[in-house]
Write a protein that binds this ligand. Structure first.
Ligand code: CP
Length: 326
């Protein structure tokens, strides 16, 4: 693996899930793989889980991690090629990224979408400019349209839970449900979850949301879209709860309908479904306390599994570098 930006960078998802679970069983088994190597983690937006799990994963591979909160502590970067830099930006990514490429062996970047310009966000200018100019492998810690480490973690968590619940011989039903929120949030987690579940191909996949919250079909194609949440949740084995802002009316909040919040009552219609959320979560807005604190919630396990996802991905990239695979 030469980079990790989306599910399309992963040739064999089940094998990568198994690799992550192997690390969970034996965290230090490759403790020298990253010896004398450094990962630089650039944050243009806030994070807790992604930042800390990446650092823990790197440490368990014997690798040093350096965190740089670029948006708070660095120079304001320009990303447009050919820009006349007489405004607020101070340094061009074309100048900064090659330096980072010399300081580090792997570069990891977190950046959110503007939610103002759909085309610009879809073009993934920021992460693509780092890929273009850094000259080293790049890992997405969430970008304008995707959150691949989160979605990979989600599949690891589902696989683990399937084994624990003896569901291995059942065709799974996974439901991604929109939830209300007070702010306009990116579509990244939902896009990415849809992309990974579709590519994985081991479940019946249903997406439910109010009309107007259709996601980019590039990621949802293959899933059943159901606007009646009750119907969608029937017999579900896993429910992934997430808010996203509208994609067609780009970045708009079209509804805050609280009847879409997942409650214990709604779980009664499911196959004792396990409930997932990437966190952070707005309690009693997206999900009720009783669900989050109840026996069906996988949220802590899911967030904890971020370490094994990051470790498997970094290890794959280190192996590719060590074998000099083009
Ligand atoms: N789920 C997730 O990416 O969490 P953080 O924003 O805290 O990294």
């Amino acid at each position: 693996m030469k980079q990790f930006i989306s599910a399309n960078d992963v040739p064999d998802i089940p094998a990568l899930i198994q690799k992550a679970l192997d690390y969970k069983a034996n965290p230090w088994k490759d403790e020298n793989l990253g010896k004398h190597k450094r990962i630089g983690c650039l944050f243009l937006n806030p994070s807790m889980r992604t930042r800390l799990s990446t650092q823990v994963a790197a440490k368990q591979l014997g690798m040093e991690s350096v965190i740089f909160n670029l948006s708070q502590e660095g120079w304001a970067l320009e990303f447009e090629d050919g820009a006349i830099m007489n405004g607020t930006t101070v340094e061009h990514v074309k100048d900064a990224a090659p330096i980072l490429g010399n300081y580090f062996d792997i570069l990891a970047v977190r950046t959110f979408p503007s939610l103002l310009n759909k085309e610009e966000d879809n073009n993934e200018l920021i992460i693509n400019q780092f890929i273009k100019y850094a000259g080293i492998p790049v890992i997405s810690l969430e970008s304008a349209t995707m959150h691949p480490l989160q979605s990979f973690t989600d599949l690891i968590t589902i696989k683990e839970s399937v084994a624990e619940q003896n569901l291995a011989n059942k065709k799974l039903k996974i439901v991604l449900t929109w939830a209300p929120h007070v702010k306009a949030l990116p579509q990244c987690v939902a896009n990415s979850f849809a992309q990974w579940v579709n590519k994985w191909g081991e479940a019946d996949f249903v997406i439910t949301h109010p009309e107007g919250y259709e996601l980019n079909e590039e990621y949802t194609k293959g899933a059943a879209i159901v606007h009646d949440q009750d119907k969608a949740l029937a017999e579900a084995d896993f429910i992934y709860v997430k808010n996203w802002s509208a994609y067609n009316d780009y970045g708009q909040v079209l509804s805050t309908d609280q009847s879409w919040m997942l409650t214990q009552e709604k779980l009664k219609k499911t196959n004792n479904a396990k409930v997932m959320h990437c966190l952070p979560v707005r309690r009693n807005v997206e999900l009720s306390d009783e669900v989050l604190d109840g026996p069906n919630s996988l949220i802590t396990k899911e967030a904890s599994n971020r370490v094994w996802a990051a470790q498997a991905v970094i290890a794959e990239i280190l192996h590719t570098m060590a074998n000099n695979i083009k």
